[in-house]
Ligand binder design. Structure first.
Ligand code: NAD
Ligand code: ZN
Length: 342
């Protein structure tokens, strides 16, 4: 795959490359040869067509997918499968699937033998532009999403755009929610570009942020642009709204709110709607959404502290974390986005 796009993720002790393009999954045997494992366990949610032999003993395990699969008991099953296959330190785990698969397999790889190398082959647009890059891994508890996890950087990520051929329409949209967010946090205008370029630009942005703040101590919160309301909407819809759809509406909200607070001019507020709708994503609150409930959910967000609400907002000095936002202003912005007939 000579025309693969390479995006390096520069980290102190564990830098790696993200490779993007049609057919890059076929670069896996070359990566395996460089890592010299004696065994590979490949955990995959779907058959991988035309994958050349990896050159070492390989066991394929079928992954589930989705939030219901992202559990500690799945992590235990995976670790037991690694043990059953006789994996030791220096062997290799490969994940292939959506973000739920890279999050869960990544966590199992981080824990088994206190950490085995892992390579991700993300198959959804969202996993390619976001979940598989940056080293955050986690599973859910009944008490909440992503509550148990750790940082575990992959040894490489292969974003094969051929996987996207079977991706359902709503999952494309979900990925575009994350790409739309990149417009406002430094990636520039990606509308209308080929998907490979959109993926590349989104990953370059994420890589640069992660390189400066691997463990989410500051800068990395930029990546949560649009996410405070996005998360609240996901919860309020009982997760019938896809993550990227919630983020899309959350981006418009972040624009409305920054406008109300006098942080950005009207034209920049309008740009939020223009970008989100250009990607075919929703701009308004879903019918029947309850601003009171959403405000309550946002006040429980992990960024919230003390007085008022905390959001990642655009402003005169760029996008930054803004705390003590009066609840009334958040209500005002929500009302501006209320579905006309709800
Ligand atoms: N670790 C991180 O930094 C990070 C960042 C963002 C999201 N995430 C996590 O990622 C998950 C969301 O990722 P996701 O949207 O990929 O979810 P997912 O893994 O549930 O996949 C979404 C849907 O797409 C289907 N799918 C995936 N690839 C397909 C393909 N090639 N063809 C047909 N169908 C396909 C899946 O079966 C599933 O129904 C969440 O659990 C989220 O918490 C993690
Ligand atoms: Zn997101």
């Amino acid at each position: 795959v000579s025309d693969a796009i390479r995006v390096p993720v520069d980290l102190e002790n564990h830098s790696y490359d993200v490779l993007i393009g049609a057919g890059v999954r076929r670069m896996l045997p070359g990566l395996v040869a460089r890592l010299t494992p004696s065994r590979v366990t490949l955990v995959t949610a779907r058959p991988i067509r035309q994958l050349p032999p990896l050159g070492v003993e390989t066991k394929v395990i079928e992954a589930g997918e989705g939030e219901g699969w992202k559990t500690l008991s799945t992590v235990e099953s995976l670790c037991r499968a690694f043990a059953g296959h006789g994996l030791h330190r220096g062997d290799l785990v490969v994940s292939c699937g959506g973000g739920s698969v890279s999050d869960t397999v990544g966590l199992a790889a981080a824990l088994y033998h206190r950490g085995l190398p892992v390579i991700h082959l993300p198959t959804s647009l969202l996993a390619q532009v976001d979940a598989s890059v940056g080293g955050k891994t986690a599973v859910n508890l009944p008490e909440g999403k992503n509550l148990v996890g750790t940082y575990w950087q992959p040894a490489a990520v292969l974003c094969d755009t051929e996987f996207l051929c079977t991706l359902p329409e709503r999952e494309w949209l979900s990925g575009y929610g994350e790409i739309a967010r990149c417009h406002f946090i430094g990636a520039g205008d990606l509308r209308g570009l080929p998907v490979e370029s959109q993926i590349e630009a989104s990953i370059r942005l994420k890589a640069s942020v992660v390189a400066r703040d691997e463990r989410d101590c500051g800068l990395r919160h930029l990546l949560n642009y649009g996410h405070t309301l996005g998360h609240a909407l996901e919860i309020a819809s009982d997760f019938s709204l896809r993550h990227g759809e919630g983020v899309a509406i959350g981006i418009v909200f972040a624009g409305e709110l920054a406008g109300r607070l006098g942080r950005i001019p009207r034209a920049r507020v309008a740009e939020h709607r223009a970008v989100v709708s250009a990607y075919g994503l929703p701009c308004d609150l879903p019918k029947g959404a309850d601003p009171d409930h959403l405000a309550l959910l946002m006040s429980r967000d992990k960024k919230a502290s003390g007085k008022g609400l905390t959001f990642v907002l655009d402003g005169p000095s760029g996008v930054e974390l803004v705390s003590e936002v009066p609840v009334d202003e958040a209500y005002g912005a929500l009302r501006a986005m209320t579905h006309p007939r709800s």
